[in-house]
Design a protein around this ligand. Structure first.
Ligand SMILES: O=C(O)CCC(=O)C(=O)O
Length: 256
């Protein structure tokens, strides 16, 4: 497969641990995802037992890939998936996926400062275990509950002590991920990150796709339905099958 990342992207990702892709979604793709997420929200309203939760600080509808074709296909988005594959490697696979709605004026963030990965026996500053992709479905500015990251923190030594801060925004050196609806950003799960409080009048809506290595287990509760697995199998598309976790844990690898 030809390199998907430009040299500038490779250098930015290696040094910061994250990458922003403006206009990752075309206007049509964005509109379709907004329509599908609105339909999924309406369905959730009618069936409150759908997997997910609604808390003051966050509404999470689990596994949006089950609710619409555009949300499903975004897992292999042609502008984003090749970047993820290049970063993780040919054994790339899905770990979880979510639709997040951050209500306006959250009392406190749903996600204080943390790393996503801490696998025992792995020296994380040298390993990329997970890459998480966010697609913004609404405009996100510094006050709308977006993700904040400490650049380069994926390479910090194990056990590095970050300061405790009362508000996520107070973390020294943090940068705020913001952008217009249609922007995507992706980051090494080892980057130290948080969501800031949503101090704005509008909800933040994002789709999140988290990838790891095929031998890693899918996060419990996010396993694809049999319907989705059957769809992948019928397609005979190795990328669909592998990313949905099908096949043996080891010796699985995309070729083209
Ligand atoms: O909601 C966000 O922007 C951050 C979410 C988060 O911390 C995570 O997905 O690990």
């Amino acid at each position: 497969m030809p390199n998907a990342m430009t040299d500038a992207q490779r250098i930015a990702f290696e040094s910061n641990g994250f990458l922003t892709i403006e206009n990752a979604l075309s206007a049509d793709e964005l509109a379709q995802l907004q329509t599908e997420t609105a339909a999924a929200e309406a369905l959730w309203e009618k069936n409150p037992d759908l997997p997910g939760y609604k808390k003051d600080s966050l509404w999470e509808l689990r596994s949006p890939i089950e609710y619409g074709e555009a949300m499903r296909d975004a897992l292999w988005h042609p502008k984003i998936f090749p970047l993820v594959r290049e970063i993780i490697g040919n054994d790339v696979s899905m770990i979880d996926n979510s639709y997040y709605i951050t209500p306006p004026h959250t009392p406190h963030t749903h996600a204080d400062w943390h790393h996503d990965v801490g696998l025992t026996g792995v020296y994380h500053p040298l390993s990329v275990m997970m890459v998480k992709v966010f697609f913004l479905l609404t405009d996100v500015n510094a006050d709308s509950g977006g993700t904040a990251m400490v650049p380069g923190s994926h390479r910090f030594p194990m056990g590095f002590e970050f300061p405790k801060v009362a508000r996520p925004k107070d973390m020294p050196g943090a940068v705020q991920m913001s952008g217009k609806a249609g922007t995507a950003y992706l980051f090494n799960g080892r980057v130290y990150h948080a969501a800031v409080n949503n101090d704005s009048d509008s909800p933040r809506r994002v789709l999140i796709y988290n990838y790891g290595h095929h031998w890693m287990k899918i996060w419990p509760g996010y396993e694809p339905s049999q319907k989705l697995l059957d769809w992948a199998e019928r397609s005979d598309d190795p990328a669909r099958m592998q990313v949905l976790g099908m096949g043996p844990a080891y010796a699985v690898s995309l070729r083209d």
